[in-house]
Design a protein around this ligand. Structure first.
Ligand code: 1CP
Length: 415
């Protein structure tokens, strides 16, 4: 039996969890998306002996790989080692992780009959290996564990395309030609993803991140119509459990307001949108995570330091900032640079006490009229002339659409 109250008590003073809620703390917390994996020699050593799936299916190995970056970097949170496709593998889809490529599926889902192949997920049964990994981890960890899942759109993109894509043309074709099948597919994925996250939290994950990595391929109006309702349903399910939620995507500068309105404590921002600009697009009361350009970490440390200081400056000492990269750690990154970066954030990332009066608890769902002016800007529902929900803020804050041809640029080298 998991003693969730004991886990909560252990992390009562966690700067990461405090920042997710905009609650008072002293030092800006930091963790890295994709902090486990190929940048670490100790990960590569394990992968020489085992396939990706073997690691995920062996709780001792998956726990070890999750702990490696915590030891190396001294980050403020661990992120569970698995993949966004793990839950759909668990219900029997023929998805495999192809080394150097990513998730591939032999028989992509493109019709209503294909969608029927997605059965419900019983987390305790289907994801027993993942949940057992969490049980091992919460015994060992001094920092909170972040559970995660792929959001319905990003997951659907792999299942429809058959693998990684640059244009998402088949995904969009289904969206625009067969809306009913599209919504059926996303609805099923939302149930699967929601069940996976609820399972992870009920076994001891202290926060969750929902990766809608490729949502930036969509124009805001299409995101709002075809994706947002499903993502919102996922986040609502987790919201009932009371753990902080982080909602992240790449190239989502135009979607940040909408993503906040899905119901989240924190929005993850990629490196293309400076945090002070992001602050104006995300309602007060919803925190920000990010957003150092990952490729900067391939360069010399003085340059990394300068850019990290700029991120901290733009975050303005806000109590609701979680330092991270703007996307995952690139495999060629020198782990020494990341360790130094963590030290720098901890030494120089000071939270300004005046900014700590935030009310993140109600954020995202109520579009709170905002208390503290977290980063020197308030924007939000108020400017739309309505005290309505954050939804409104989101839509009005993302004027004009871009054709959003998704730049997959260095994502392909992400792993
Ligand atoms: O430390 C960690 O980050 C934990 C482990 C983790 C996470 C959070 C892995 C292990 N995958 C993920 C999430 C994930 N997987 C995302 C969302 C995060 C992001 O945007 O980077 C996505 C889009 C995937 C899909 C995926 N899985 C890709 C990307 C392909 C593409 O479209 O560009 C790849 C290459 C994988 C395989 C994978 N997942 C994880 C690892 C370590 C690997 C590489 C396998 C290996 O070579 O060891």
């Amino acid at each position: 039996m998991v003693d969730l109250a004991a886990i909560r008590a252990r992390h009562a003073a966690s700067p990461f969890l405090a920042a997710c809620r905009g609650a008072p703390h002293d030092t800006v917390p930091v963790w890295f998306m994709r902090q486990a994996g190929r940048a670490l020699a100790e990960y590569r050593a394990i992968r020489e002996q085992h396939t990706f799936e073997e690691v995920v299916h062996t709780p001792e190995l998956a726990a070890e790989v999750t702990l490696q970056p915590v030891r190396r970097y001294g980050v403020d949170a661990a992120v569970l080692f698995s993949d966004i496709v793990t839950p759909v593998q668990a219900i029997g889809l023929d998805v495999t992780i192809k080394p150097g490529v990513g998730p591939v599926i032999d028989r992509p889902l493109r019709t209503t009959e294909d969608v029927a192949r997605l059965r419900r997920l019983d987390a305790e049964e289907d994801l027993a290996h993942v949940l057992d990994t969490i049980s091992l981890l919460v015994e060992e960890l001094d920092v909170p564990l972040i559970g995660f899942a792929g959001a319905p759109f990003t997951l659907a993109s792999y299942l429809i395309e058959g693998g990684p894509s640059r244009s998402y043309s088949r995904t969009k074709a289904l969206m625009f030609t067969d809306e009913l099948t599209w919504h059926r597919l996303l609805d099923r994925l939302a149930s699967i993803v929601g069940a996976s996250l609820v399972g992870q939290v009920s076994r001891g994950a202290s926060a969750v991140q929902l990766f809608d990595s490729w949502a930036g391929a969509l124009a805001p109006e299409d995101y709002e119509r075809f994706v947002l309702p499903h993502t919102r349903r996922v986040l609502e399910q987790v919201g009932e459990l009371g753990v902080p939620r982080i909602h992240f995507g790449v190239d989502t500068g135009e979607l940040l307001g909408l993503m906040a309105s899905a119901g989240t404590e924190v929005v993850g921002v990629d490196w293309r949108t400076p945090l002070d600009a992001a602050r104006e697009r995300v309602p007060a009361g919803v925190g920000l995570q990010g957003n150092l350009e990952p490729a900067v970490c391939l360069g010399p440390f003085p340059q990394v330091a300068e850019r990290a200081r700029d991120v901290l400056r733009r975050a303005g000492g806000a109590a609701d900032h979680v330092f991270n990269l703007g996307h995952g750690v690139l495999p060629a990154t020198d782990p020494g640079v990341l360790a130094e970066l963590v030290q720098l954030v901890h030494a120089e990332g000071r939270v300004t006490p005046a900014d700590t009066a935030n009310t993140a608890d109600t954020a995202g769902t109520t579009g709170t009229t905002g208390t503290a002016d977290t980063a020197g800007t308030t924007n939000t529902a108020g400017t739309a002339g309505t005290a309505d929900t954050a939804d409104t803020a989101g839509t009005t804050d993302t004027p004009g659409t871009t054709d959003s041809v998704h730049q997959h640029d260095h994502q392909e080298e992400q792993r």
